[in-house]
Design a protein around this ligand. Structure first.
Ligand code: AAO
Length: 496
């Protein structure tokens, strides 16, 4: 018995990095891309906690280069100058305030950690950084960390340009510069220690985990080198011995020597096939149809569910950066996008991240405030997909059906499909060019349910389509192909 307990405890220690550290029954996070810390703090209190969101992925909080041509692009934040908490999203005091206020209402903060590199080689020298720290890219001098020429990989890279020239060569991908970004020598214990110091500072403030940016461009063992130095989470909000949640950005669409599975030891990986394939299916490209989603997940060649961080789009591929290609669905294709996010949130595979965007082109000076309209949507060019009724209600659906099996799959051999989550929820889609008319087994207890897509339950009243489940679990569904949202979702908390 004692041995078993010891084994379990050891396993708990080793495996903690896969656990998102969200509160129970809070099973999704949202990426509030480019939001200011003060706006996130308010969003945690006024919206995310009441609607069951588990946490927020925030933009990189550390000091970065200031780029004025083009004028303050979003991507300047992926060019670190130091590890001071100082960016256009706010200063350290505002960051601390956000972490404390979000944790207080049970919403976790995940930091986008840009630690593979510093700024681009063409960054020049001076104090054009968000906190005014001096740097010199010609000398690879970043005194605010401090890093010097010794701390970069130049000697290890063997391409003519010093940049990654061929993704088929794993040595280049790890040892050369990603599009000219000065590549840190993570084999050095000094570099690992500086990175760990930065991350530990954030852990001590109360963050729950990290997205590891450009993980593909670091050796898995080097990542482990700094992860092993990380503190346990702050016991003010987390139980003793809790490890930070780690999800690594590894773009693996197949066809390259670097795969997501090489990184499993460190934590989860971003499964980029997920959004690329789901977009292809919903757009009906390459002969795909929703009926083929029956074995969605590992059956499609994805990484194991408990190693996957999944999303329909991310901040890169929604604007043509990174990978995924034209199939990626975004808020610009709102009708298909809502179906894709709905499918993702209903399906048990992976840990889910919802994207929350701004409308581009748009450039930032000092962080633009998020404004909220009377109808609860966002103003000031913020899209706030996470506040769209259909998406927000599906975040709740995922929490309600937590732990329930994938069940009662049905399809018409084309683009009409349905499935349940045990006896807690049921969802049905019509992506065909004709209407859906079917009588299906839902697995739900008898009663009248309120569709959470066309509206929702408010008190004892349903503002939407009602679904009547008979004593044997059967229900009739009718979904026209011209509906604004051609899908219906019901769950036990939306029973009238
Ligand atoms: C900026 C400028 C550059 C300039 C640089 C330095 O745009 O012109 O040279 O500064 O001065 C973001 C922006 C970048 C920006 C950077 C720094 O996206 O444009 O550069 O900030 O300001 C690769 C990486 C992946 C990375 C992605 C964008 O593997 O890690 O590129 N994502 C993260 C962040 C991202 C950030 C950084 C990393 C850097 O999310 O926001 O960059 O911190 C292949 C590879 C992928 C590779 C893509 C794109 O994909 O597999 O690993 O992603 O190419 O190069 C098919 C294949 C697929 C392939 C794809 C595209 O689909 O199946 O595998 O084609 O070829």
């Amino acid at each position: 018995m004692q041995v078993l307990l010891l084994l379990l405890a050891a396993a708990g220690l080793c495996w903690g990095q896969y656990n998102p550290n969200t509160l129970p029954k809070r099973n999704s996070i949202v990426h509030l891309f480019e939001w200011r810390w003060q706006d996130i703090a308010e969003e945690c209190e006024r919206y995310l906690a009441p609607n069951g969101f588990g946490g927020v992925q925030v933009s990189p909080p550390n000091e970065n280069i200031v780029i004025t041509s083009p004028n303050r692009p979003w991507w300047e934040r992926y060019q670190p100058i130091s590890y001071k908490i100082c960016s256009r999203s706010g200063n350290e005091q505002q960051f601390r305030d956000m972490v404390a206020r979000c944790n207080k209402v049970g919403v976790r903060i995940y930091v986008d950690a840009v630690v593979n590199h510093m700024c681009g080689a063409a960054g020049g020298s001076g104090t054009h950084s968000t906190c005014g720290s001096y740097f010199n890219t010609g000398k690879e001098d970043f005194p605010a960390v401090p890093y010097s020429g010794w701390d970069f990989n130049d000697g290890k890279c063997h391409t003519g340009s010093g940049n990654i020239e061929n993704y088929g060569d794993m040595y280049q991908v790890r040892d050369c510069r990603l599009t000219g970004l000065l590549d840190l020598a993570l084999s050095k214990d000094y570099v690992r220690s500086k990175i760990a110091e930065y991350m530990n500072n954030l852990i001590d403030m109360g963050v729950a985990g990290f997205r590891i940016d450009a993980a593909k461009h670091m050796w898995p063992g080097d990542i482990k080198g700094f992860l092993d130095k990380l503190h346990n989470l702050n016991t003010q909000w987390f139980s003793e011995g809790t490890r930070p949640f780690i999800y690594q950005e590894v773009i693996d669409l197949g066809g390259e020597p670097i795969t997501g599975s090489q990184y499993f030891e460190n934590g989860r990986v971003t499964e980029f096939k997920y959004g690329a394939k789901l977009g292809t299916v919903l757009r009906k490209w390459d002969g795909e149809k929703m009926a083929y989603l029956k074995n969605w997940g590992e059956g499609w060649g994805f990484v194991p569910s408990d190693r996957a961080l999944v999303f329909v789009d991310n901040h890169d591929n929604q604007r043509g950066h990174g990978a995924g290609g034209a199939s990626i669905l975004t808020f610009w294709d709102a009708r298909l996008y809502k179906m894709a996010v709905g499918f993702m949130l209903a399906h048990p595979y992976g840990f889910t991240r919802v994207m929350s965007s701004f409308r581009w082109p748009r450039h930032f000076e000092n962080g633009k405030a998020v404004t909220i309209n009377a109808d609860t949507t966002c103003g000031n060019d913020w899209v706030c997909e996470h506040r769209w009724r259909q998406i927000r209600n599906m975040v709740i659906f995922r929490n309600v059906v937590d732990g329930e099996p994938f069940s009662n799959w049905w399809d018409n051999g084309s683009n009409q499909v349905a499935f349940g989550r045990g006896s807690k929820g049921f969802i049905i889609f019509n992506n065909d060019n004709w209407s859906l008319n079917a009588s299906l087994q839902t697995g739900l207890p008898a009663g009248t349910y309120c569709d959470i897509i066309s509206g929702q339950k408010e008190g004892d009243f349903c503002t939407a389509v009602e679904v009547h489940v008979a004593a044997d679990g059967m229900a009739d569904f009718l979904i026209g192909n011209e509906e604004d949202d051609p899908f219906i979702a019901i769950h036990v908390d939306a029973k009238l």
